[in-house]
Write a protein that binds this ligand. Structure first.
Ligand code: FAD
Length: 425
């Protein structure tokens, strides 16, 4: 009796409810990952390759393997099911429109489908507002319910992943393990569960204590940088949350991630359509958008953020807020243009978190922010007081005193660095 465990963005062996359940059944388990052209990895391809290599090594160390296939996920799963005589597919339940389409199609096939939690701390849809409705629209009441909700225990990795007897991959036609994609590693960060665990451990020891006071300090760079690992499920969010008490601000940030996932379950178009329509005339300004993307707006704090994104595939949360607000509220450009660019370049680029945060900035999201506009100069003074962040990412300004680096036009500008796209006070 054989079960296929279909891995998607849960690329780990520890705290993986679907894998644990499959291994506990007493039958056999065939772990599968499908590189599906409908889910292009883009800039995340190198990171994903690391994740798959690490997962395969962990599964092999437990007597299993990771079969890798290219093509349509449902078709490849069914092809493998026929080859190994599998009766069921186990997978982690997901919320995006694409993932749910895949789940629906699998459910329509002649095979049993069981979905498990694991992509969030509290499963989306499990908490519902007492006043009715299919999801929480506002964060604070969600946070209160979430913080008091019982959590399942963190699961250890299964000791053994039992492959079907005689069907060791590579011996039977159709059961080759399959090549991993060949992509160079992302220049800034190694993927995989081993790297994720090492980072979580270091974060628990060295980062957590300074988080409450330091998480908004741009130059201090004191956040966990766990987001790419959470994005690919190299780390279970439940385990990440277990390193601190529930009222710790780090755990509250993880709750934002759950919050946007439960919004996405109810509103799968979160990355495309206004959640709360707000009529607005967007400006079409290709030159301004190019300058924004290149980190050449002439506003140093905005350019520092955009250049961090280009260099590292990641950006500090405070900088994300500043650059997103600048695009939407100062340049008047549609939030979807910014969201698409972020999605292309972020290692943690994710439909729910990216769409939810951009909509929040644009004022089309769940929490209304009527007329709230960030002043990037004030933000820079407050969150980058000695311009360490600007100095690090905008080398043209590296030699300037802090106040001059933040507002170089006050000293008549700097050669090679653009004049500001918009006037700011
Ligand atoms: P930490 O501060 O250490 O927080 C721990 C974890 O909490 C993060 O890894 C993340 O999983 C979660 N988290 C923190 N803040 C948020 C938030 N505002 N919303 C949802 N989850 C949060 N995050 C993504 O993971 N993917 C995205 O595509 C994404 N796009 C964003 C777009 C914009 C315009 C903005 C303003 C924010 C976006 N964020 C996104 C949220 C946030 O910026 C990142 O999660 C955070 O910067 C990741 O760094 P960290 O792991 O060091 O975070």
């Amino acid at each position: 009796d054989t079960v296929i465990v279909l891995f998607t963005r849960d690329l780990r062996v520890r705290d993986h409810p679907a894998l644990t359940a499959a291994c506990a059944r007493g039958g056999h388990v065939v772990p599968l990952f499908v590189l599906d052209p409908r889910v292009p990895a883009g800039c995340r391809a190198g990171f994903l390759t690391d994740c798959l290599a690490d997962l395969r090594a962990s599964l092999r160390a437990r007597g299993g393997d990771l079969l890798v296939r290219h093509g349509d996920t449902v078709a490849e799963t069914m092809r493998l099911a026929a080859a190994v005589g599998a009766s069921e597919v186990y997978a982690s339940a997901d919320v995006s429109a694409l993932a749910r389409g895949r789940e629906r199609r699998l459910a329509g096939e002649r095979i049993g489908l069981r979905l498990f939690p694991g992509l969030t701390i509290v499963p989306p849809g499990e908490l519902l507002p007492s006043g009715g409705g299919d999801h929480y629209r506002v964060f604070t009441p969600y946070w209160r319910a979430w913080a008091g909700h019982p959590r399942r225990p963190v699961l250890p990795a299964p000791a053994r992943v039992p492959l079907p007897p005689g069907l060791e991959p590579g011996l039977e036609p159709g059961l080759e393990p399959g090549d991993l994609p060949r992509h160079a590693p992302h220049p800034a960060l190694r993927g995989g569960e081993s790297a994720a665990r090492a980072r979580l451990e270091r974060w628990r020891r060295e980062g957590l204590d300074g988080y409450a006071d330091g998480h908004d300090d741009l130059a201090g760079d004191r956040t966990s940088r766990l987001s790419p690992y959470l994005r690919f499920g190299c780390l279970s969010p439940l385990e990440a949350a277990s390193v601190a008490p529930v009222e710790h601000p780090f755990v509250r940030q993880l709750c934002w991630r759950d919050f946007f996932h439960q919004v996405t379950l109810a509103f799968p178009a979160i990355g495309r359509r206004d959640y709360r329509p707000r009529p607005r005339r967007w400006r079409d300004d290709a030159d301004a958008v190019s300058a924004w993307k290149a980190g050449m707006t002439g506003i140093p704090i905005v350019d520092a953020g955009m250049r961090q994104l280009l260099a590292e595939g990641w950006m500090h949360n405070r900088a994300r807020m500043i650059v997103a607000d600048y695009l939407v509220n100062h340049l008047g450009v549609d939030w979807r243009v910014g969201a698409a660019h972020f999605f292309d370049l972020l290692l943690d680029g994710d439909v729910a978190d990216n769409g939810g945060n951009w909509q929040w900035i644009a004022g089309t999201g769940n929490s209304p922010r009527p007329g709230r506009v960030l002043n990037p100069l004030r933000q820079a003074r407050r969150f980058d007081p000695v311009s360490g962040y600007i100095h690090r990412y905008v080398p043209e300004l590296a030699g300037l005193a802090p106040a001059e680096a933040r507002e170089p036009w006050r000293i008549g500008g700097v050669r090679g660095y653009p004049v500001p796209l918009t006037a700011l006070e």
